[in-house]
Design a protein around this ligand. Sequence first.
Ligand code: MRU
Length: 351
Amino acid sequence: MMETYRPIIWRDHKLFLLDQRLLPQEEKFIEITTLSETARAITDMIVRGAPCIGFTAIFGIALWVKDQDYLDQSLCRKACDEMIAARPTAVNLSFEVNRCFNIMKEHLSQNLSISDLYKKLIDFGELQIHESHEKNTTMAKIGFQELSKTIGSRKWRLMTHCNTGFLACGSLGTALGVISYAHKQGMVEHVIADETRPYMQGTRLTAFELAKENIPYSIAVEGAASFLLSNKKVDAIFVGADRIARNGDTANKVGTSTLAIVAKHYNIPFYVVAPVSSFDTSISDGSLIEIEMRPIAEITELKGVRLAPIHAQAINPSFDVTDHKLITGIICEKGFINPAHKEELYKVVNS
Ligand code: MRU
């Protein structure tokens, strides 16, 4: 069932997005018909999670193409840049949009019709979602083998941060894909899902996905990490990524880096699972990754109810960068990367 339940649906020349802001209380799809609506849906986190943001953007570009009477390269670039500006940290967005731009450029050079280009972009978007299932399954199997090797044949207690399941990745999931696969093999004893403040992706979305698959889980506050890891309640931690630099430094949901530091202290293996579209080998290290600052109301309010005193200030970085030295392994569809081995990442990702 998880393979067919999709947060992004293309039907009758329209894009339908599962409104993730309403989960788990309500499962409602929103209809999107223009590029601006698509970009807004990404900014407002109707759709979220690095891979899903990228897939959604492809359909947004296609919707824009459909509405044009005339196209040239500079108009196409402008539309692509509007889409890329929707959220800055997850590289999947620019990765997919720039691939759309290349398709547009090639099409323009061949002087083909706008309707042909539109169709080509839709097919491209559908293909990326379809292929993500295979890629995520490959990553899940690599993660499973790694756990079998490092922990062995007793059931595993795993921990994750933020949301990396089908809601974020279109199908199966990345870090949560490993957990889901391991559960199907009968190897998961229990999962701890960080609540993931302030947007509560763990409480609202990861718990929703774990429950749908009947995986035993508990939600924990991020501040419990030291207690949980020091008391040997977790065998390994799996997280996703929004952008991975050439040296393995990884931007992911804020709180990931703190968790990795605690994991290192207590010697708990810490894995990053992400598709090749989440790697940015053009940057040498994580200090070059732009970190999105989100509205402070995400901290001072909860579902419209004010928690903090009136006029309270807050600071809301949505991501942080985990030093590659804290990461035991990075798993992508092309293989397992040990970030301690210099240049291994570049070789695997570009193989
Ligand atoms: O801000 P979000 O919810 O779009 O955050 C992205 C994430 O879900 C996580 O950072 C995740 O680990 C990477 S996407 C699988």
